[in-house]
Design a protein. Sequence first.
Length: 179
Amino acid sequence: MTKIQIRRERPDDEPATRLVHAAAFGRAGEGEPAECGLVDALRLSDGWLPRLSIVAEIDGVVVGHNMCSRGHVAVAGGVPVACVGLGPIGVLPEHQSSGVGSALMWAMVGAADALDEPLIALLGAPDYYRRFGFVASTEVGIDAPDPAWGPFFQVLPLTASDSSIVGRFAYAAPFDDLG
């Protein structure tokens, strides 16, 4: 069995995490995928949460990266509630389906919960993220930034969550530039 080490990202990991996202999301002949620029922009934004940027290593080599950035739920008639948006999460293709992505997800859930974040939101495949406890956002009263996302926009309420957190979710500003 391969030993996967999960840890916080360090500044010297940035080139390796770029390679992870380029390999995970890239398509031949299309240039660098948007996820690489998104990670760069998030690191420069006020949504950057370095304690929620983690890597997976195997034999000292970064093979996966996952990050959360500051998001908010616009609660009707109140102050927006700070929470986190997950993504991107990337794993080198040769390590996909080997447990690296799951290890990154479980580590992120634990880290966000330990930091008293009320919920994690993400856009992704329901069949995959359900195993971590994510549900369609509408089940808990959270509206997607784009209603067309439907069941692909999901949330995971954490220990600090409560039923008053309902409204529209907004990702950190760099997500708005994805188009």
